[in-house]
Structures are given as C-alpha cells and as structure tokens.
Design a protein around this ligand. Structure first.
Ligand SMILES: CC(C)(COP(=O)(O)OP(=O)(O)OC[C@H]1O[C@@H](n2cnc3c(N)ncnc32)[C@H](O)[C@@H]1OP(=O)(O)O)[C@@H](O)C(=O)NCCC(=O)NCCS
Length: 219
C-alpha cells in the first residue's frame, strides 16, 4: 500500500488520549476526538442520541429509535461488526478533553469481510453540531482507511436534502457520484428528491494529498 502524506489538520496521535473513559478499546485519537469501540454498556447513550427528533430527521423523519430496538438489534449489530475485518465498524466518538459522548462514526465494509470498499457515516448529538467534529472524524477515518486498512474506495449516501451530511462528505474529500431513489417503509419529508451517493478512491485521495498539492476538500 502506498503511504501518503498526512492530511492537513489531522494529527494522528500515537499516545493514548488523556481524560475521558477511553481505554484499550481506543481505535483512533485525533485532535479533539477519540473514537473507541462500542460496548454493551453503551445502549443508553445510543438511545439518548436517537431520541432527538432533529438528529433523526433525515433518517426516520424524526421518530426516535425505541430503547429495546437499540438493545436487541442496533447495538448487537454494531458489536458483531468489529474484526470483520479488523479496524472497520461503528466507532463511538468522545470529546477528547473530557470523554463526553458525542455520537458515532461508521466506517464499515459494503460487502461483509471485504475492506476494499467501505461506507462512511456519522450521527452526532445536537449540541456537538457545527463544531467541525464530523469533518475531523471523517477525514481521520479516510486517512486511516487508505493508509492502514486496505481500503480502495470510500462511499457515503444520504438524503439529497441533507445538506449538512453532504457538506461533510465533500469536506472529507468525497465527490458526488449519483442520485438514486429507494423505496423506504416510511415516507420522510424530502425523500421525493432521492438519495445521493458520494465517493473517493484511494488513487484520487493519494493524488490530492501528494506533497505540495493542495486539496479543495481541506477548505
Ligand atoms: C450531519 C452531521 C453529522 C454534521 O456534523 P457536524 O459536526 O455539525 O459537521 P461539521 O461541523 O463538520 O460541518 C461540516 C460542514 O457542513 C456544514 N453543515 C453542517 N450542518 C449543516 C446543515 N444542517 N446545513 C448546511 N450545512 C451544514 C458546516 O457549516 C460545515 O461547512 P463549512 O465548513 O463550509 O461551514 C450532524 O448534523 C448530524 O449528526 N446530523 C444528524 C444525523 C445525520 O443526519 N447523519 C447523516 C445521515 S447520512
């Protein structure tokens, strides 16, 4: 795998983070965030995240995820994803300064067990929006994926009307690929505009981050 120049604005820390509740399950520590593995004890944090209608607006139309669905379905799926293959899955995001749970990032194989194509996603608590956390975490995952995890292509999808999510994709270096329409069990306001896919290949990323080359995504 080709080692590429570090991404501007991202400092990958070798040392464990200070403070917070992170431990050996820490996956990635960056400037302001720690990404760690979920544990079964995280069910209440996930329920709290999904209880905010604004957080769920572009996912369920605002409907919270019932706590028992988180306990019996959502969290077990997250926990089962680690090591299939190693280094990919859903990562709990904590504020590095004090360990407060901010939400999660998803960086998992599109095809089970195959790291070459991964899906990027994120869901953060509302108080944490607008501070650049989604951009920071996404860029770090993209960097790690292309330099260490054998990823060839990162893709992401969202509702076409989810401007915030689309902007994060673009700032992480992904480009618009297509708009598509999918049948959902429940209609969400704006779903008539469809879903969008964004993507970034390792070759594109490496080219943009070659020494001396500025990336538009860094702006
Ligand atoms: C989408 C989400 C992850 C963005 O997180 P965030 O940490 O606020 O994003 P950032 O602070 O890194 O912002 C990145 C860019 O997006 C812009 N942005 C963020 N939210 C926006 C919104 N609602 N509308 C328009 N632009 C928005 C920011 O201004 C910033 O762009 P800029 O640097 O040009 O100003 C967050 O709003 C969220 O968790 N939403 C609910 C869950 C969700 O919809 N997830 C995606 C489903 S696919």
């Amino acid at each position: 795998m080709t080692a590429a120049a570090p991404v501007r604005g991202i400092r990958l820390l070798a040392a464990p983070p200070t403070g917070g509740m992170s431990d050996v399950s820490t996956f990635l520590a960056i400037d302001r965030l720690v990404l760690r593995e979920f544990t079964p004890a995280d069910a209440p944090l996930l329920a709290d995240l999904d209880a905010d209608p604004e957080v769920m607006r572009h996912l369920t139309g605002g409907r919270p995820t019932p706590a028992e669905e988180i306990r019996d379905r959502v969290l077990p799926r997250m926990l089962a994803a680690y090591r299939r293959p190693p280094g990919l899955g859903w990562w709990a995001a904590e504020r590095r300064s004090d360990g407060v749970f901010l939400g999660w990032f998803e960086f998992r194989p599109v095809r089970d067990g195959d790291p070459r194509e991964v899906e990027l996603g994120y869901r953060l608590r509302r108080f944490a929006w607008g501070a650049g956390y989604a951009t920071e975490g996404s860029r770090a995952l993209v960097h790690k994926g292309f330099t260490e995890l054998g990823v060839d292509r990162v893709m992401a999808t969202t509702m076409a009307v989810n401007a915030g999510s689309r902007r994060v994709m673009a700032k992480a270096g992904l480009s618009y690929v297509r708009t598509f329409h999918q049948d959902w069990p429940e209609a969400i306001e704006g779903s008539e505009h469809g879903e969008v896919e964004y993507a970034l290949t390792r070759a594109e990323w490496a080219e943009r981050h070659a020494p001396g080359v500025g990336s538009p995504a860094d702006r």
